[in-house]
Design a protein around this ligand. Sequence first.
Ligand SMILES: *Cc1c(COP(=O)(O)O)cnc(C)c1O
Length: 407
Amino acid sequence: MKEFDYSSWSLDTILVHSSKLTTVTNKSGKPAVDPISMSTTYLHDNAEVLDQAFSGISPSGETTYVYARQGNPNAQMLEKVLATIERGSGAIVFSSGMAAIHAAFLASGLAPASKILAAQDLYGPTIGMLRTIFVPMGVEVVFHDLCSPDVNEIIKEEQPDVIYVETVSNPLTKVIDLDEISACAKEVGAVSIVDSTFTTPYLVKPIEHGFDIVIHSATKYLGGHGDSTAGVVISARNNITEQLRGYATLLGAMLSPFDSFLITRGLKTLALRMERQCNNALEIAHFLQTHKAVERVHYPGLSSHPQHELASRLLLNHRYGGLLAFELKKQNREAAFRFMDKLRLCLPATTLGDVYSEVSYPPISSHRNLTQSERQKFGITDGCIRLSVGIEDVNDILSDLDQALQS
Ligand SMILES: *Cc1c(COP(=O)(O)O)cnc(C)c1O
């Protein structure tokens, strides 16, 4: 079947009509929603055709499947949608965000004596992976504050082979200057990788800002319903995509057909969800800013945020994301626990990006493995609460936060 080109449509339209990309044909009618192909193997007419099918493409240019770990229709359709909306040359889906990050590091060409320059406030398990897996392999890893105005000098001084950042930091929502970092990376010949989980292509498309590789934990906003663990790597260049495909197959970290289906389904409402989550988050940030039990609010949409101007320049749709953090006036664990236990609507949950609002307390979750003084160094106090804003009616979220803060 001829491949459908929908790249001229806007993000919202592409997402809703992603099933047009299906390669499934059926003489008794083409399904409007792709079926889930759970088969682990694919049969072909004869040994000659099977031999050809191993190459992944038939003589007439159609995609061929042989064994599900090497590729299956559900994963492949999701990969096409993600590559298109991120403006990449290709995408590979993985069984988790961590598996995606691991493959991205491998595909960036890391070898013993390579150097990774990473942002100091990365997602905790990413730091864990660098220290536990890559450092023992002989890779040098250096951490810096890459939101610093001296980022240019830092990169020139360090001369890294790979630069690794996150678009918006957890939990303090610091925003990274993607244009400046990708330009410096090119100057020193480093591969640039960004984890864009918090922003999604609704808010920023890092490849358009010069990045080589974009990662998402699709478990979060892309899936959006808290029912599937998945990751994706989108690459600006074909050769990196080919390498990633090889790693996904060899490491066995492919996304299953069922999870590919769930993420594809979640994506259809990504734009609607993000719109509501960002609008709710801005309103909540304003509310918390004037609340007597709250010391400080971290949200890029507030003019008081140190990178508000950068965020306004970088982020699309005049919106600033669905995540915010705030500090209770009482900067201690007891007050934070009391607040969390009083909540009735917002869920105390160690995840983010779902349709429902979720709070987490970084000292016991994402930043649990740091000492109190290390957390202090990053500006994460004992009164810090992270809120992932859901799609509920904002007034219900505000009342819930208010009654819990009153205590
Ligand atoms: C959750 C998360 C990850 C890891 O993703 P998993 O799907 O849990 O493996 C990586 N980066 C960020 C920013 C995350 O929030």
